[in-house]
Write a protein that binds this ligand. Structure first.
Ligand code: CTP
Ligand code: CA
Length: 225
């Protein structure tokens, strides 16, 4: 069992975790992406499995080994991630959106590699909005009482931005990280505050991503009971 956990309190539960970062292709060799390593999502999947849950991990470009005892579904783009998460969420008790989902994707995909042309400026890249998966999951719960958790990385006014985002998304819990250059991205450690739709605020001190993951599951278990 995970650190500090004395009973398999997710036994008999199905949880879905998304992890990594989506990549939105421009042409066969290029994409728009982000810096998410996937480590926090994988820590959530591992700790949920350690607490007895059946876990579906929807992994976007994480490049990490499959955690033992976890069903891993690999995806590339936001549209693919949406499809895989909604499918897995149909019978899930909880869904945690730890993936960094690209907000926009190129409006057109070039079937052939985009080439330079002598003496010409490049064409601008036109973007369109991707679906907001967390907002959709929160608005149309696949099951009554399903617990939906989001993540947010903010740079300033962390708490105020987090509260506004929680309300906008309609999820039950929002894990808010403060990000800076060296923090969070690719690192082994994390520091966060978890905001609840019930007004609660749970600070999580700087520590391993497993510890933050276990605190998320503690709060989820309380809401499932
Ligand atoms: N998310 C999502 N679908 C999107 C964008 C984000 O499901 N198209 C989820 C992320 O997985 C995360 C949460 O929403 O759990 C918050 O992501 P964030 O990028 O902070 O929120 P946005 O609404 O995109 O706000 P911002 O404009 O600050 O990027
Ligand atoms: Ca975003």
């Amino acid at each position: 069992l995970a650190r500090g956990v004395t009973e398999p309190d997710l036994q008999g539960r199905h949880v879905v975790v998304s992890a990594g970062g989506t990549r939105e292709p421009l042409d066969p060799v290029r994409f728009l992406g982000n810096r998410s390593s996937g480590k926090q999502g994988y820590a959530l999947a591992r700790t949920a499995a350690a607490r007895g849950a059946r876990v579906t991990l929807v992994s976007a470009n994480a490049g990490l080994p499959d955690p033992a005892g976890v069903d891993v579904v690999r995806v590339g783009t936001a549209v693919q991630l949406r499809e895989a998460v909604l499918k897995a969420a149909a019978d899930a008790d909880a869904v945690v959106m730890a993936a960094a989902v690209a907000d926009f994707r190129p409006a057109v995909y070039a079937i052939g590699k985009i080439k330079k042309r002598d003496g010409q400026d490049p064409d601008p890249i036109v973007l369109v909005r991707n679906p907001d998966i967390l907002a959709e999951l929160s608005a149309d719960r696949a099951r009554p009482g399903q617990v939906v958790v989001g993540f947010a990385a903010e740079t300033d006014d962390v708490l105020a931005n987090g509260r506004a985002k929680l309300a906008r998304k309609g999820c039950d819990l929002l894990v808010v990280n403060e990000v800076g250059e060296a923090r969070t991205f690719g690192s082994e450690e994390n520091e966060a505050v978890i905001l609840g739709a019930d007004g609660s605020e749970t600070p999580v001190p700087h520590g391993p991503k497993e510890a933050l993951a276990d605190t998320v599951w503690d709060l989820v278990v309380r809401r499932l009971a």
